[in-house]
Write a protein that binds this ligand. Sequence first.
Ligand code: PFF
Ligand code: NA
Length: 465
Amino acid sequence: MNETSKPVHGMWTSRWVFILAATGSAVGLGNIWRFPYITGEYGGGAFVLLYLACIALIGVPIMIAEVTLGRRGGLSPIHSMGRLAEQSKVSRRWKGIGYLGALSGFLILSFYSVVASWALIYVWEAVRGLFQGMTALQSQGNFEAMQANPWLMLGSHSLFMVLTMGVVALGVKRGLERAVEVLMPLLFVLLLVLIGYAATTPGFAQGVAFLFAFDFSKLSGEAVVIALGQAFFTLSLGMGAIMAYGAYMPREIKNKKTGRSRPVSIASSVAIIALLDTLVALGAGLAMFPLLFTGNLEPAQGPGMMFVTLPLAFGQMPGGVLFGSLFFVLVVCAAWTSSISLGEPMVAWLVERGKSRWAASLLVGGAAWVLGVGSVLSFNLWKEHTFLMGTFFDNIEFLSTSILLPLGGLLIALFAGWVMKETQVRKELAMKSFALYMVWRALVRIFSPLAMIAVIAYALWSATR
Ligand code: PFF
Ligand code: NA
């Protein structure tokens, strides 16, 4: 392992590339698939408000902590945590944050690829005009037929994994950086086009009202925990993806004209990333709900909303083939830049241990692919084999997103808030406003850990119910 502070993996070219890459990690299935359907299930506007509060009060502070650990460590999350534990003169066991993150990233990558690959299949179906004139029953049948076909899903899962690990194999500059520079602008343009399209439909006003009308009677304790978990998942926190990206973030950047160096601020970068992620989630809601209302469809559809209800809406509208295709291209782009960030931490770790990037990517991608086959089979051949939380897929999803991510977040908050020397943290953060710094510190030391404990406790409690 390279012990100097010279970057082994390369650095982002600029602060904006870091912001773009981290936003690429954040914006994904969580925004376009999960956020709209849980908002639909938990009743709309009031849930949105709750979610925004969770982003601001828990998501942003933990993200700042995670980037800070990453930039200070300068390596893959596992080696960064080892290094930071050493510097802080605490037990090397804190390196466990890195291992835990690598494990959850690996588990998430395995099933994320499977769900993303449904979107890949749907691009193809949308382009062929398959959704045109479909009835509700046919749309349901179409989704079920895809899930019942292990070969089809295996094929698309393989393709998506190759796309993901191919980019990771190319490295930080030639792979990750180039991918986000193309895919993120494309994503924003597609989203704007789709919102514009939704704005022309008769259900637009109803869709907007659904997202932004606050009916507090619908809120419950459960909604709070769900909003918290979503805020966490959507910002890619707790597993080292953001830590790894933080390690490639320069400390200072030279102004080309004046030649003077300016510090690159972590806090303001994180604020932008969280804002962009939130705008995309709300934008996805704005693009989807009006179509549902226009087609007289129910917004509370659960996970099938994007794959059953939305195609139905596209099938009934003028221009549905074009905009339906664009929509699923958007989903694929968003998922792609997220899955890259799921693979990067482990590949970076293996590279530091002497493997080549290609070999490491092949290894990580291959292993995640194998595990993903279990998720593919969960929808067909293994459908009846349920244990604990349900199918194999359900268990992997529950373990990683409801237990391991919040656990990682808890440990990251504790490390940044209590373990690291305050002088180091302050230097790395270099926040201009002392008042804001104190607010962050209080949130990360006390408020965030308590919230994470609540999320984990709720998950365990709901699992044993
Ligand atoms: N933030 C991604 C989404 O909203 O889809 C999911 C994710 C990506 C979670 C990367 C965690 C991660 F490390
Ligand atoms: Na997200």
